[in-house]
Design a binder for this molecule. Structure first.
Ligand code: SF4
Length: 378
């Protein structure tokens, strides 16, 4: 299969993705890298740490308040070469006194050397947060992943006071059973700040392959355009978990999980939306923080919007704004990365015409909805 690469720097729904290494030695069934020829391969270096930092700072998406997600097209903890790259990049970020929050995500064991590098970065003021991706899946789906070692990460990170967000994604029917879900959540509650849940993204070219593990995916309408697909049992469990988890925050939006961990207001204008009021289990203090944050935002002004659009490479775009509801609509096809950047800069809900070439169109920021699937009884 021909390999497909992503830009080293790009804006994703919540974070600026930084991808100087691409390709993963593992081959989890659900991974989008399967369709890009980038599983079961050695990570390829697209940019060394110096070039990575240079490209980041020069990017049209770069702002000091944006969160960075490092190495989202590989699992950086898997190989010695990629761990060295990470250690080098963190060192440069420390030297540059980079003000951004930095996030890492992994399913692999985090070595002592990497823990040291993260702890050092945090001591120097770089707020590194680690997402541990753990959904209680078996080796059939997460091939080559040692779940015993992955589980050890929780306590090891906590011992070093490195904040953890438990990333509960995706969940297939095999792991949407009460015993597995409580096993997963018991561990998270003990060590993580909060959990974020997300559904399975199903691209058209992956659908038949994924349906081998989840047969309902094959012919159910809306699977490919959903924000994420969830087994009904999992959906119910995370919306109404057993009483013993009632104080533990569970989010459906990454931006809210980050706001909670960083103790600041949410940055994607989600306050008061159904994700905030119905889906997220968010503590009272955090809700107050967001409410105050919204009140303190400067009024939405046409000049400011035009200025931000220009920085993102869009001039002469026709747009409507509603100052009272802090919403705006752009009468032009705009890709999701630009929508996301604009939303974060303005603290406003932004909609636009669909860009037909946009690979991120079915994200929540672009208005896609979750799809909950029940087991077929045949
Ligand atoms: S109050 Fe709402 S918008 Fe703010 S973090 Fe909680 S769930 Fe998200």
């Amino acid at each position: 299969m021909e390999r497909e690469w992503t830009p080293v720097i790009d804006q994703h729904a919540t974070c600026i993705a930084v991808n100087p290494l691409q390709g993963c030695p593992k081959a989890c069934v659900y991974c989008f890298l399967n369709e890009r020829g980038l599983t079961n391969v050695r990570p390829q270096e697209i940019a060394n740490p110096e070039a990575t930092l240079r490209q980041l700072l020069a990017s049209r998406f770069y702002e000091s308040h944006r969160v960075l997600a490092l190495y989202t097209w590989t699992d950086v903890m898997v190989s010695e070469e990629s761990r060295q790259h990470l250690i080098g990049l963190l060192k440069l970020m420390r030297q540059a006194r980079l003000p951004n929050v930095v996030t890492l995500i992994t399913k692999a064991y985090i070595t002592d050397r990497v823990l040291d590098a993260i702890a050092r970065a945090r001591e120097d003021g770089i707020r590194v947060i680690v997402y541990l991706s753990y959904s209680g899946m078996g080796p059939e789906i997460e091939r080559g992943v040692s779940h015993a070692r992955l589980r050890q990460n929780f306590a090891r990170l906590q011992d070093r006071s490195i904040p953890i967000i438990h990333y509960w994604r995706p969940v297939f029917p095999e792991s949407a059973v009460l015993e597995t879900m409580t096993h997963v959540l018991d561990l998270a509650v003990k060590h993580a700040h909060c959990s974020i849940v997300a559904g399975l993204k199903v691209e058209q070219k992956a659908r038949v392959r994924l349906a081998q593990y989840w047969p309902e995916l094959l012919d159910h309408p809306g699977v490919e355009t959903a924000e994420g697909v969830y087994p009904a049992e999992f959906w119910k469990f995370v919306l109404t978990p057993p009483a013993r988890y009632s104080d533990y925050p569970i989010y459906h939006s990454n931006s809210c999980a980050l706001a909670y961990v960083l103790q600041r207001e949410e940055h994607l204008a989600l306050f008061g939306t159904p994700v905030c009021t119905v889906r997220n289990r968010c503590p009272f203090e955090q809700r107050q923080r967001c409410q105050v944050g919204i009140r303190n935002l400067p009024p939405l002004q046409r000049d400011t919007v035009a200025e931000h659009l220009k920085k993102l490479g869009y001039v002469d775009v026709i747009f409507d704004i509603d100052v009272d509801t802090r919403t705006m609509h752009l009468a032009a096809p705009i890709p999701t990365n630009v929508l996301s950047a604009l939303t974060q800069s303005l603290g406003a809900r932004v909609s636009a015409l669909r860009d037909p070439n946009d690979s991120y169109w079915n994200s929540g920021i672009a208005g896609a909805q979750p799809l909950v699937l029940h087991r077929r009884l045949d």
